[in-house]
Write a protein that binds this ligand. Sequence first.
Ligand code: BG6
Length: 468
Amino acid sequence: MLYGATGDLAKRMVLPAFYALATAGLLPEDWWLVGNGRGDDTDEDFVDRVSESLEKFGPGTASGPWDTFRTRLRFAGKGFTPDDPGQLVDVVEELRNGAGQDGDGDGAEDYQLVHYIALPPSTFTDYTRAIGAHGLDEGARVVYEKPFGTSPDGFRELDQAVHEVLDEQQVYRIDHFLGKEATQDLHVVRFANSLVNGMWNNDHVAQVQIDVPETLGIADRAEFYDETGAVLDMLVTHLFQVAAEVAMEPPASLGAEDLQSAREEVIASFRPLDPSEVVLGQFEGYTEIEGVAEGSTMDTFVAARLWVDTDRWRGVPFLLRTGKELGAGAQTVSLVLKDTDGPLRDVPAAAGALRFSLAGDGAIALSMVVKDPGPGLGLTVAPTTLDLADVEGGEALPPYARLLHDVLTGDRSLFTRPDGLEHVWEVAQPLLDHRPDVIPYAKGSMGPQEALALAEPGTWFITAESDA
Ligand code: BG6
């Protein structure tokens, strides 16, 4: 069941991800995708919408399994609320009857129900209650988009409402940064290579940077963005989860439960943000965009210095930055290495770094200080990059497809957990209570100048393309 099936998120992300799984042969043998929305589209209308989405945001329908895929699409319209199931319950019954299933959720003969709520967080409670009220909760899995709540109280109320209907094991809270190939390599490369594992601590790392500047604007979703801003859209969601991936203690195994626990537990050691270590910005011209409230002070940029109070990371700043309309686009996690004490003089400062690029298929780069070739003992900095797309083996899945596959197979390792999120809000609380002034910045810059000071004595690695 895809709620919000005619909406923007479904069109851009969820439907193409579903098709990517079909193309890769990763869907179960017998499946149906039932779209739900407030309208009363026919199945054919929905097929047309899915086809448009694949043309625009996927591989198109000319190749791949489209001819069979389209026959598995149904639309159950007229909304879905606790009081009124619209057409959904009837469609589910019809599909179950057609397959000779009794729908009691107790056996292999039943369809595994997956509810995907591809809608804003304000709707989550009602959809969850509707799933319970119409008896579609038994054995089902429910996928929630991020952010899971938009304030500490909102999170708690939502979490309670969700657990009134579902067990935690049924809940899949998506944070698609966790589904990126290179994000998964943060734990794989670390735990599979003793060289990397050995340097993953404050003896060797001077600074961690999680830097996600974006050149994109917000014009195509101004209303959503003006209610959300960079702190909620990116900082306390994607960037905190990636910080937890870096900061976590070794899990007992890389199995789903252990990995999820290790990542979510370390968030309890994030020190609550000090607002004097956070810079908020807004790009010039933001308030003139249609859909943005007059005089809005919403942040379109945030840079923050985060401290992780564990023995492993004490004293190492985690520098987090993201923003819209910036002068460069990147999704980079850098472990900046400490300078060495030793016999070599004049080693360039902060030159050694291990960097993970999370964008696209992902890449891992190592920069090292090496001898400048030739006579003498000059030193130079040399980077080397491993593009994950060039690694021989299977095909990478886009993050949404990867996570959807995990939902279908019941693997919760790359999803967030309420204890982690409870701590996320504790860490964010001082910032929400004492929001620094939002500083204007020019489009195409790297945000307010004030953000540069946060990285001192180092510097942010990613600079505006115009400065490169
Ligand atoms: C989304 C945010 O979750 O992630 C967007 O809402 C952001 O504002 C996007 O642009 C970035 O992720 P990706 O992986 O799609 O580039």
